[in-house]
Design a protein around this ligand. Structure first.
Ligand code: AMP
Ligand code: ZN
Length: 459
């Protein structure tokens, strides 16, 4: 079984062959930290977390290096800091902490490296200096610009030509640009904005060159996989390749992997459109694992139409899987690898809909199996789920998930009292308690050895 990935550059699936299987490298463009992340921002995080897990399974945990950057230099960060009258790192640290907590709730493993633009200034300045020396960049009116005509492959990733870009260019193109597609590597800061000293004057880097320098420093170039949302193909990734190759990193990235958009109706979910649902709010309403499931239930390259029903379907799907595990709670799971069908699905360009169908198939088999077969099937279900970041909770804890400890204690006490009332044949009291539990949205499942409970889905 080989992993195959859809490579945007090749416009097709290719077998994944790392340059060095002992040191597999992946970089994904991360968030700009000035606000809460929305569930669209979480899509690449969860998709590339899954790819990270698959790579670790294939090559071993110690042999996969994953860097996801943090953009902490940005106009929107400056604006927010000015608004609150604080330094930019007060803003970026606040939202980065929230981001870490929210993404952990979605089961995303911490990346191996999380470079930050403000901590990579020397490398950024180094890349720009090399580009100037190799005549791929020029200085004009206090700016340093990348000369797109210096790179003959410019436009190859996105399928555009420089001629198209002239035709599409608007009148507001800065007059000091040699070509409308030329982009900023360094620019002067406005008065009062953060600035860094450089041989090209005091100022700040452009966004594209930050990523190239962060990859160079965190992982070394070229890398195996470069990822991000579909919206980053042009101009961001196109520009990264141009700079990287001209700064002496032939190849730059061997595979370009892009996730599709998460949409609200016909529009992409985005802060600028104001149609966002924040992860921070969603994790208060839904188990993080259900949100992870919701993000992975569609194939990562397809658009994902978001809505409350997507989260509730995901919650029900996990109820089914945890239900089977709960019914098998007395079965000791065998130490088993993930199932071949699950691996085949994930190795086929992360075919998560097929991988999830396999989890359901294993859950059905677990219910139907003879006692002799159940340990192996339970082991395979747990290992298959865990590979994709699912089913690691205790099934009882899953069903009690939304209840806080005080509520859990109260429910447990009511259930114990109800059992006592029933065995004393005090039916009115037993009925009263059942009504009380119903009012708390608790569903009680009576069984031979007592009763279990779960909170009903909240609409
Ligand atoms: P941003 O903070 O806007 O720079 O975005 C961070 C990451 O989220 C990038 O990889 C974007 O491509 C991705 N992203 C932003 N909005 C969406 C969306 N609606 N659907 C999927 N990915 C998105
Ligand atoms: Zn980037």
């Amino acid at each position: 079984m080989t992993l195959r990935l859809y490579d945007t550059m090749a416009r097709g699936k290719r077998p994944f062959v790392p340059a060095n299987p002992e040191r597999v490298t992946m970089y994904v463009c991360g968030p700009t930290v000035y606000n809460y992340a929305h569930i669209g921002n979480a899509r690449p995080v969860v998709v590339f977390d899954l790819l990270f897990r698959v790579l670790r399974h294939l090559y071993g945990e110690a042999h996969v290096l994953y860097a996801a950057n943090v953009t902490d230099v940005d106009d929107k960060i400056n604006a927010k800091a000015a608004d609150e009258g604080v330094a930019i790192d007060v803003i970026t640290n606040r939202y980065l902490d929230i981001y870490h907590a929210d993404m952990a709730r979605l089961g995303a493993l911490p990346p191996s490296f999380e470079p930050r633009a403000t901590q990579t200034m020397d490398a950024i300045i180094g890349v720009i200096g090399r580009l100037i020396r190799s005549n791929a960049a020029y200085e004009a009116e206090g700016h340093v610009l990348f000369d797109t005509q210096a790179f003959s492959d410019y436009g190859k990733l996105s399928g555009r030509t420089l001629e198209d870009m002239i035709a599409g260019a608007r009148v507001e193109v800065a007059p000091y640009k040699r070509h409308p597609a030329d982009f900023v590597l360094w620019k002067p800061s406005k008065p009062g904005e953060p600035a860094w000293e450089s041989p090209f004057g005091s100022g700040r880097p452009g966004w594209h060159v930050e990523c190239t320098a962060m990859i160079e420093e965190a992982l070394g170039l070229p890398i195996d996989i470069h990822g991000g949302g579909h919206d980053l193909i042009f101009p961001h990734h196109e520009n990264e390749i141009a700079q990287g190759v001209c700064a002496n990193h032939a190849g730059y990235a061997a595979y370009w992997v892009h996730n599709g958009f998460l949409n609200m109706g016909v529009d992409k979910m985005s802060k600028s459109l104001g149609n966002v649902e924040l992860v921070h709010d969603l994790v208060a309403k839904w188990p993080g694992e259900a949100l992870r499931y919701a993000l992975l239930a569609s194939h990562y390259r397809q658009p994902l139409a978001w809505g409350e029903d997507v989260a509730s379907q995901a919650k029900r799907a996990l109820d089914t899987l945890y239900g089977a595990l709960d019914r098998a709670r007395d079965v000791e799971a065998a130490n088993a690898p993930p199932s071949d069908a699950l691996l085949e699905a994930l190795y086929d360009d992360l075919n998560t809909p097929r991988a999830m169908a396999e989890l359901f198939s294993l859950a059905r088999q677990l219910d139907a199996a003879s006692d002799a077969d159940r340990p192996a099937i339970k082991g395979a279900l747990l290992a298959s789920g865990a590979l994709a970041g699912f089913l690691t909770a205790d099934p009882q804890a899953w069903f009690h998930g939304a209840a806080d400890p005080a509520l859990t204690a109260r429910i447990d006490a009511l259930i114990a009292e109800r059992i006592a009332a029933r065995s004393a044949k005090n039916w009115p009291r037993a009925d009263e308690i059942r009504a009380e539990l119903t009012a708390l949205d608790v569903e009680v499942m009576d069984s031979a050895d007592g009763a279990t409970w779960r909170l009903k889905e909240r609409a």
